[in-house]
Design a binder for this molecule. Sequence first.
Ligand code: NAP
Ligand code: ZN
Ligand code: ZN
Length: 346
Amino acid sequence: MVTARAYAADSATSPLVPTTIERREVGPRDVLIEIAFAGICHSDIHTIRGEWGTVPYPLTVGHEIVGIVAEVGSEVSAHAAGDRVGVGCLVNSCRSCANCLAGEEQYCLNGGVGTYGDVDRDGTITQGGYSSHVVVDEHFVVRVPDGLDLAAAAPLLCAGITTYSPLRHWKAGPGTRVAVIGLGGLGHMAVKLAASLGAEVTVLSQTLAKEDDGKRLGATAYYATSDPETFEKLVDSFDLIINTVSATLDATAYLSLLALDGTMVNLGAPPEPFAVPMFALAARRRSFSASGIGGIRETQEMLDYCAEHGIASDIEVISADQVNEAWERVLASDVRYRFVIDIATL
Ligand code: NAP
Ligand code: ZN
Ligand code: ZN
């Protein structure tokens, strides 16, 4: 067993506090990673606050993990001690169902295993990346290319792949008019990636406060959703809307912004369901969809793509004792654009 330093919460209402957790013995196909940085995803907060269901407290969250390989099991061939690696939202899956074989482990028919708060295939509860070490099956460990700054690469493991995957699936590129709702962690990656793929990008944010940033990140237009005129002006304007908002929105208002055959892809995961009126879809043969993170092969492809195109996350590095304050700032939409915990301070 490896005893790791960690931050964990004891209940939905308690703060994260320092603790220790046990990581399993390094098995033949396992990789022991000394974690260097862990990004703060809004999903960490939804989870701990109990917004998505029952939580096995005490729980350590964090699924934007980067670090250095400390040790590998006897059968590991893809990674070696000293390598720069990352782990995202998944640490296991059945590896044999049709979706796993297609490289879409996040849609495993037998249940993929999330990086925290999930039951691993050996029956233990998974614990996340706000910790000093993690032991993960080599298949779920990806390489962080040399060209990427390690801290700025951490958010790519969730915010990066979660936005890259739907942009690829719905073929964002030259001639595609993409709107990104919400300029937070996922949103700022969606803007960077869509712009780099050649799409025309518009940001739909609550206010115009971050307009300069949005344009620097690659958007050509920026609108405040608090202004009712935005919805009149932009009717029938987009082929693809990427919704990254952590709260429920008025689906009808946003669907009206889609052109014929346009798709609204929901990445934000608020606890309450959306009401989607049939007529808002039928008026222009629109689609209302959603996407969950991305598979391991595509996560590696995304990291390689980011290294090649000089893309990483805009981050604010914090020490571990600032994590509760950082969560409050995420909840207040006061994040530019991802908090990353320096695990050495833990
Ligand atoms: P985040 O950094 O907090 O960004 C969310 C942004 O949404 C905020 O910055 C804000 O942008 C906007 N927003 C927040 N509250 C709002 C409200 N009440 N009305 C309108 N806009 C609001 O969060 P994140 O880490 O990017 O995560 C976003 C969501 O995606 C979360 O629900 C998370 O759980 C989910 N998620 C899903 C997946 C997946 O696989 N589908 C993966 C990761 C995360 P402005 O200030 O620009 O308005
Ligand atoms: Zn996440
Ligand atoms: Zn499977």
